[in-house]
Design a protein around this ligand. Structure first.
Ligand SMILES: Nc1ncnc2c1ncn2[C@@H]1O[C@H](COP(=O)(O)OP(=O)(O)OP(=O)(O)O)[C@@H](O)[C@H]1O
Length: 251
């Protein structure tokens, strides 16, 4: 009996008109309570995979189950159980941080005092109270990333998917985001995230998979991967040995 809250069974994705598969025959189970890192070079398929896990993209073949349910039959139940923090900002630039979050909270079915309290508390936890009535268009990248994160977690999801939540932010914002995610995880949220920050993933993740050309090339705890790779001192050494030095430009 598996304790997996996410089951990925021989999943493939080929975009319309594309010559190659972006994800190919990928199998993976993610257990409840993990902080799971999906790591890989540019174009490896991380965004494609995480987009399928949160129901934004349909697999070309294979099955995905979240809490034992499939999107085809139980999209509504799954959507209530998951939170999604996309790479692109989902925010309305001309609305304030507070207005944006009231809107996103309402979309998740929250309302009244519960919603207001949650929004105000979250802005406070992520260091944004002072700016709550300012338009998001005036925010720095790090501030936008923090609002983007709050938008995905207001409804207290059991499982949280984040696509590069710390990309393009300074170390201060990064620390606030990572500490907040650790707190959510300590309170029971399973986290799945993609990142290019291997140092960050090494200390943050309980499990990682390294993905290249649409398939998993290694999985385990960061320590297992480092211990099992010759001469590797850290996850970056493992990553380079498994994925090589070649540039991964694509268009
Ligand atoms: N909408 C699309 N249509 C066609 N091909 C796509 C589309 N989106 C992504 N791809 C292709 O799928 C492959 C995987 O892309 P994906 O964005 O999932 O990789 P990634 O690992 O997230 O990369 P990055 O680290 O650069 O964000 C790439 O070859 C990319 O060109």
């Amino acid at each position: 009996m598996t304790d997996a809250v996410i089951q990925i069974d021989t999943v493939s994705k080929k975009y319309k008109g594309a010559d190659n598969y972006s994800i190919h025959h990928l199998d993976l189970d993610i257990e409840k309570g993990e902080i799971y890192g999906l790591l890989g070079p540019n174009g490896a398929g991380k965004t494609t995979l995480i987009s399928m896990l949160c129901g934004l993209l349909k697999p070309t073949a294979g099955k995905i189950k979240i809490n034992g349910l499939s999107f085809k039959e139980n999209a509504k139940n799954i959507k209530q159980a998951i939170g999604v923090v996309p790479q692109e900002y989902a925010l309305y630039p001309t609305l304030s941080a507070y207005e944006n979050l009231m809107y996103f909270g309402a979309m998740y079915g929250l309302s009244g005092t519960t919603l207001k309290t949650k929004v105000i508390e979250s802005l406070d936890h992520l260091g944004l109270s002072k700016f709550k009535n300012k338009k998001v268009s005036t925010f720095s990248g790090g501030m936008k990333r923090r609002v983007n994160l709050i938008a995905g977690i207001l409804h207290k999801p059991e499982i949280l998917f984040l696509d590069e939540p710390t990309v393009g932010v300074d170390v201060q914002s990064k620390n606030v985001i990572i500490e907040h995610l650790k707190m959510l995880n300590a309170n029971g949220t399973t986290i799945v995230y993609t990142s290019h920050h291997l140092n960050e993933a090494e200390t943050f993740c309980t499990q990682v998979s390294i993905i290249d050309s649409g398939t998993i090339v290694a999985s385990g705890t960061p320590k297992e991967l480092i211990d099992n790779t010759n001469d590797a001192q850290n996850l970056e050494d493992v990553f380079i040995q498994l994925t090589g030095e070649a540039l991964r430009d694509y268009a």
